[in-house]
Unconditional design. Structure first.
Length: 266
């Protein structure tokens, strides 16, 4: 990934997707150091109770991505595996953690605060899909569900699809308990490779605590669905370790803000 800035707004793009002529996309950054106001932070949280500010931020992000006269569709995320197909502008949608479309000029938006947000793009259609893949979505195979939907709806071909897995909490920072590990073991093949015992400062395993790798769990789902390894880009950024760039639920608790992944076809 690398950073770009436009219209006073800085954001990240995937290297593998930045030069696609029919696609606009970006992951918003928290601290807006390119802004005239160096202390400005950009937050896409619904729950902060200021819909007008959220709207302003969405409009600003659209402008930065070169999208004008558009109406972004923002998912209400519920940690499920439902995929919603967007087939008309301004569509009202049920709660969903994955969205996809083949229509141009409809920005799709997911928001995150540690969970991986993913973008899938088939330049041959073109078609676009986004998924929110926290541990619950991951064990419900939301990535595979999204690809299956895009194949069925838009005749996408996995071998030409390009995927980006965005900034998220890394394995070393993501401590989970037995409930999560049980769900991983029950639902994901080769699950033992996705987690390891969490160790204390003396290198001794902490009872009932593991480190889970959501990046790798979702990379495996992309490969399982038929994507080529060379067409998968994984963000190098850990959200827990980079408070200037990202919000983190683990670090900041329920009051944490949200960054946005926005993407649209041109
Ligand atoms: Zn980390």
């Amino acid at each position: 990934m690398h950073s770009l800035a436009a219209h006073d707004l800085s954001y990240l793009v995937f290297d593998r997707l930045a030069d696609q002529p029919r696609l606009r996309h970006g992951v918003s950054l928290r601290r807006q150091s390119n802004s005239a106001d160096k202390a400005l932070t950009l937050d896409f949280n619904f729950a902060s109770g200021d819909p007008a500010r959220l709207r302003t931020n969405l409009d600003g992000f659209c402008r930065a991505l070169g999208l004008s006269d558009v109406d972004p569709i923002v998912a209400s995320q519920v940690h499920g595996n439902a995929v919603t197909v967007i087939d008309q502008p301004g569509q009202t949608i049920p709660p969903a953690d994955a969205l996809c479309t083949a229509l141009p000029n409809i920005p799709l938006v997911l928001r995150g605060a540690d969970c991986p947000l993913m973008i899938l793009y088939d330049p041959g259609v073109p078609a676009l899909g986004l998924a929110h893949a926290g541990w619950r979505g991951t064990v419900q195979k939301i990535t595979i569900r999204l690809i299956e939907t895009m194949i069925k709806q838009f005749a996408c071909q996995p071998a030409r699809m390009i995927a980006g897995i965005g900034p998220a909490i890394c394995r070393h920072c993501y401590q989970v308990g037995p409930d999560v590990i049980d769900a991983v073991r029950q639902n994901l093949p080769d699950s033992e490779k996705l987690f390891s015992p969490d160790l204390d400062t003396n290198g001794v395993p902490i009872p009932e605590k593991w480190q889970l790798d959501l990046f790798e769990a979702n990379r495996r789902q992309l490969l399982h669905a038929g994507l080529l390894d060379s067409n998968i880009e994984i963000s190098p950024w850990c959200t827990f370790e980079n408070p200037e760039k990202f919000y983190s639920y683990r670090r900041e608790g329920p009051a944490a803000g949200r960054w946005a992944l926005m993407a649209a076809l041109k």
